[in-house]
Design a protein around this ligand. Structure first.
Ligand code: GLN
Length: 486
């Protein structure tokens, strides 16, 4: 049962083969027995109460496609019944007085919350090793990282602890852990999913999205996730869409742009092989490949690591020991209280980003760093618009390597930053991007670690991306593979 997709489970609920309560119990048992450290907070009584409600709705016939299906939320989305920590000591034990819009949307659809998922502290990281609550293990090989920052989300799905999860992507955090854990994830166009109640990291980049086994499941989840929210000042008013509507369209004649910058030096050969094989499969499905260029690719890392820390330093100033979460015990005066609270509450990576952010925003450096970065951000977005004149979709790797060993990069933040090279540009441009499983590599060890293919579309083309992904998943079975020990 725990190996099933959301769509399969939905059919089981409909035909009354299983109840929402039984399904919730099954996952809760698996979570309790799991050693992946994917969850930060589980409250079985709240989960079971929601499942009972769902069964009552099913009995009344008051259902949506998602009623009774379990989901777990990245601990960046605030919840009333579970703690909301953002993976930080600063917020450990914190209970929000309200639910994030995304959480509310899934509750309204009748989904059952399994709990809150581990993540890098304030979503800063690529390996989930920056969490105050400890690292998450990759279900395919428990000596490997699951990717980050939505590592708990990806590991929970791959490990059979939840059939669906929410994630957030600021510079790749849905796509990269999806790739490293062999599942499917999509980051929609910036502004499509409400950021209300999503603990802020870098507001001009943060975007929530769904993670599941298949594109079909992600479409189902997006149907509940995308809508205008007046409580989010950057929410986009999009006409309501059914994201499943194009799933079965043929992709004959599709033009796939392959950026030459994404297949050059720095890309591990096992990842390159799996990506090339996937592109061949697309040719078999009737698509044609066009070489394109995204010339500013190499600038994405420096630009992102100026803009994201700048916004983070501003967003995280609210954690002052007065309004939320942790407060130092011993202090002499107000300013000492601020200093000690923040010194104790934040981890190293968060502090590093606050320092960098405050520096690039400071008088005398603002023009040299922050303003320059903003200008290049615009050029990066323009590169994509040039590229989309030649193709319908862009494809390439998600990450330069398969999942690396736990602990192997923890003392080298720059090595972690380099892992984001293929995902950052999409985020900086605000474009939708997704990751689908397309095979396995070995990494440095002789183990079996998943490879993801990245699909990047123009603004508001999520339904098309899901169609392109679904057609591949109809023709292949990478998305049906499951880790052996789970
Ligand atoms: N790995 C990137 C970072 O550390 C992206 C994180 C994210 O998308 N939340 O900032």
């Amino acid at each position: 049962m725990h190996k099933h997709t959301l769509t399969e489970l939905s059919a089981q609920l409909k035909s009354k083969k299983i109840s929402a309560v039984e399904l919730a119990q099954l996952y809760l048992q698996r979570i309790a027995a799991s050693e992946l450290n994917a969850f930060i907070n589980v409250q079985p009584e709240f989960t079971l109460a929601q499942a009972k409600d769902a069964d009552a709705r099913i009995a009344r016939g008051d259902v949506t496609a998602l009623t009774g299906l379990p989901i777990a939320h990245k601990d960046i989305f605030v919840t009333r019944d579970w703690t909301s920590t953002a993976g930080s000591k600063m917020l450990s034990g914190y209970i929000s007085p309200f639910d994030a819009t995304v959480v509310e949307q899934f509750r309204n659809a009748g989904m059952v919350t399994l709990g809150k998922l581990n993540c890098d502290e304030f979503a800063m990281g690529s390996s989930n090793e920056n969490s105050f609550f400890g690292a998450v293990k990759n279900p395919w090989d428990t000596t490997a990282v699951p990717g980050g920052s939505s590592g708990g989300s990806a590991a929970a799905i791959a490990g059979g602890l939840a059939p669906a999860a929410t994630g957030t992507d600021t510079g790749g955090s849905i796509r990269q852990p999806a790739a490293l854990c062999g599942i499917t994830g999509i980051k929609p166009t910036y502004g499509s999913v409400s950021r209300y109640g999503m603990i802020a990291f870098a507001s001009s980049l943060d975007q929530g999205g769904p993670m599941a086994w298949t594109a079909e499941d992600c479409a189902l989840l997006l149907n509940s996730m995308i809508s205008f929210d007046q409580r989010d000042s950057t929410s986009i008013e999009r006409a309501p869409e059914d994201f499943s509507r194009h799933l079965s369209d043929s992709i004959k004649g599709l033009k796939i742009g392959v950026p030459k910058e994404y297949l050059g030096t720095g890309l591990a050969s096992d990842v390159a092989d799996a990506v090339q094989a996937a592109l061949k499969e697309y040719e078999k499905l009737g698509a044609t490949l066009v070489e394109i260029s995204l010339p500013k690719t190499s600038l994405a890392i420096p630009v992102y690591y100026v803009i994201a820390p700048a916004e983070a330093s501003s967003n995280l100033s609210r954690f002052d020991g007065v309004r939320y979460g942790h407060r130092a015990k011993n202090y002499t005066d107000l300013s000492d209280m601020y200093c000690k609270t923040r010194a104790e509450g934040f981890g190293d990576e968060v502090k590093r980003r606050i320092l960098v952010g405050a520096y690039v925003l400071s008088h005398g450096y603002y023009d040299a760093y922050y303003l320059q970065a903003q200008k290049i951000r615009r050029l990066i977005a323009q590169d994509f618009q040039e590229a989309f004149k030649q193709c319908d979709v862009i494809m390439g790797p998600v990450a330069p390597t398969v999942a690396w060993d736990l602990g192997s990069k923890v003392n080298d933040p720059v090595a972690n930053y380099l892992a984001d090279i293929y995902t950052l540009s999409t985020s900086l441009a605000g474009l939708p991007g997704m990751s689908i499983p397309v095979g396995f590599g070995q990494g440095e060890k002789n183990s079996r670690r998943p490879v993801g293919l990245q699909l990047i579309g123009n603004y508001f083309t999520e339904a098309k991306l899901l169609n392109i992904a679904h057609q591949y998943q109809l023709a292949t079975d990478w998305h049906k593979q499951r880790p052996t020990q789970n």
